[in-house]
Design a protein around this ligand. Sequence first.
Ligand SMILES: [Zn+2]
Length: 313
Amino acid sequence: MSVLVAGVDVGGTNVAVAAVDGEDRVHHRRKRPTPASAQGVVDLITEMVRELPDVTAVGIGLPGLVRDNRVLAAPNLTGWDEHFDAVELLRGALGVPVFVGNDADVGLLGEWQAGAAVGQHDVLGVWLGTGVGGSLILGGRPYRGATGLGGEFGHLLVQPGGAMCGCGRRGCVEAYAGRRMMGLAAEAERAAGRDSVLFSIMAKKGKATPTSSVWGAAIEKGDKVATELMDAAVEKLGIAIGSVVNLLDPDLVLLGGGMAEEFGQELADRVARAAEPWTMHVREERTYEVAALADNAGVVGAATMARAGVLTG
Ligand SMILES: [Zn+2]
């Protein structure tokens, strides 16, 4: 086995850790619930990485604004602020180089390295999980803008004055298509007297919040509230993606994250149809696909980032 690097995928719900070898194969993957504090996440990553065979570096994808290997904000995680230096703490605890990146950037990097985006020059990556992440590959290179904070697809405006978003603004695509905000919308419907099987399925599965598989089961049962909220999510994703397609003309729109994994290519096809009315030039060759590595995109991408980081210092 070649040199192993730890790939860490921190989500709003779970933390997944695996050892990734030089051929992008994933070993010893395991996941645990995400702790509700930044220090808790650092302690859990330390513990999980120590359970792996010897690794030479650690790469972490995390839902937040990340610049220069530092997390500036992570609104979908509890207890993070820019003064908390997770990288320094982990480097001290584990004694190997540690690199952190935005989870959608890391997920798309994984797909570009070993999944559905291999060899592609212009890609929009949309990550559908607790929030909505975005990432770009333009002209054959990952693109993050002047200061590394670009690609925030989830906070594109799709409805001025619309639903409240986790970022504090109204009408972002994440306010409609992020799983956390969809769950809050379902709770608001319940409070207004429209119940949904989402909550009974959630209780039966022993989940604290509606996960992607809970959404899948509720929609499979024909639940009205869940179906309407999913339809709204697809509609708003179409508006946002149509705008990005007009601006950047990508060859591939890649959907990843828990919701994409749950609903598969059918969701990618629905989103493609929803984007069409907002797209100026509909190109047959433009494809809409779901991540090929499924939930390994994050750990493979994180390990890829760490390998590149070790090489470039
Ligand atoms: Zn927002």
